[in-house]
Design a protein around this ligand. Sequence first.
Ligand code: PEP
Ligand code: MG
Length: 592
Amino acid sequence: MTVVLDGSPAAEGIAAGKIFRLQWGMPIVPHVTIAESQVEAEVERFHAARSWAKARLLELKRSTEVRLGAVEARIFEPQILMLDDIEVVDGTLRYIGENRLSAERAFEWRMLELQALWSRTSHPMVLDRLNDLQDLVVRVLHRLLGHHDPTDLATLEEGVIIVAPDMTPSLMMHLDPRTVLGIATDHGTRTAHWAILARSLELPAVVGLGDVTSRAKEGQEAILDGRIGRIVLDPSPEERESFSSRQRRIDLWEEDIAHIAALESVTADGQYVELRANLDLPEEAEEAQRHGAVGVGLFRTEFLVVGRNTMPGEEEQYQAYRSVAEAFPSGAVFVRTFDLGGDKFPMFLHMPKEENPFLGWRAIRVCLDQPDLFRTQLRALLRATAHGDMRLMLPLVNDVDEVRRVRALLGEECERLSEQGIPFNPGYKLGVMIETPAAALDAAELARYCDFFSIGTNDLIQYTLAVDRTNTRLSKLYNPFHPAVVRQIHQVARVGRAAGIEVSVCGEMASHPLGAFLLFGLDITVLSMGWPSLPEIKKMVRDIRIEDARRAARKALAADTSRDVTARLMEGIGSSVDMKAFSGRWSLSVPQ
Ligand code: PEP
Ligand code: MG
């Protein structure tokens, strides 16, 4: 029977395929003891699981080599070696033979023992092995328990829709968009970093479905609609037909994209609006151009570190930054330094488990504490400034001291580059993201040390309203139109104008039609967004008048509730934009 579940839209697009239940994480292993006569069979089962895991890892290594290259593929080597490690094998066999434990229980116990032993050290090599160990344990235990291999996403054979409690950025890095058609989760929100990555990979995603993991069965047919936030399990023939007709409409829209991309981005009353793209991967530069981006307002660099267990080298980084700078020879490219922590954890950094990771060791704080990692990135960035208008942007800055410290590091690295005769642009620009109330309130001070501000509304909203951006239960409270958010953006725009520096917005709010309208009204006319949204926002820009936006923004600034703010903006936008065309995509309800 058909089941329809509604959640929140997180990445556009629709998909039809079979459900694949992603059971990532440690499985529950029942405590089973065996008779002496079963020992041999359990030993064989253990060896079979080991051989299977080895074959899968070799396969994964080969396919990663084809997709990403030989260096990336090496991340699987420690796990392959570990499967034959005498400590692992003999210890497990002892538990089976002497303690009469089932193969899975014996393996689990031995691995817990090794984990405890190895975590006593702080040697980075051993800690690296711990991460590999965890991955391996999950893989082998699921096999022994007769489950799917949860980490085996790269070798899925069919077009599938992944169903999971939630995702992570590093799991996303394992996905192959050729085999995975969409993602549906119980939890999560549109601004979770994995959802941002899904949009970059053009993978439709629906989050906050509540209990999709208990309702969806393995292999069941499903239709996922990332625009309105819905999943239909066992769709009826009528639903299939409606899916096909929507697919045809999307294909037609695809044809419009080239036409819109070539149009000028100017309001009906003549105000030019600069539209830039947010990129999560360098390969997206081409698509961003095709969608009409004139530059890159936010190039997130975490792809270089998340899901990897070695630090990226200077040369690799330099090539990545340079390739994006060269893709936009006449536009600015804002590269953000590593924004780690929160929900993005590279394996090699051994980030501590924290009670509140979004309030913890994150972004600029991590970089300033890890000079090796940070200096390498700064050098690579400086070298890339020789190839275009590349600007350096710092995430989660709270005070001027952090900017001063970065300027000092940059000064030292510039000196070293000069001594070595390596080219860079000494007139490079450095700016900050305004993502915390501290930065917004201190904008006047920060402006003295910065060449630009870019407002990161995703975090600014989260920190202003004390609402975790990844928490589905709170998604109704995560409101970009809260008066406190609107006033802070207004204040930052004013300060930036007075200081003569550029103020742009690169958070999701820029791709929300009502959000963009408000930002124009606050005199922010440089917006950066996930490139799939660019054509729609440009269409809207051409339909509105900047004067209407300014008037509506003045009224919104005087409003005392989010509802009032949105009502005043809706009134201002009037009939110039068909809001219904946009409405389903936002967890925030827009009054109709
Ligand atoms: C933001 O916080 O608005 C932003 C653009 O950065 P991210 O979403 O990567 O945290
Ligand atoms: Mg942010």
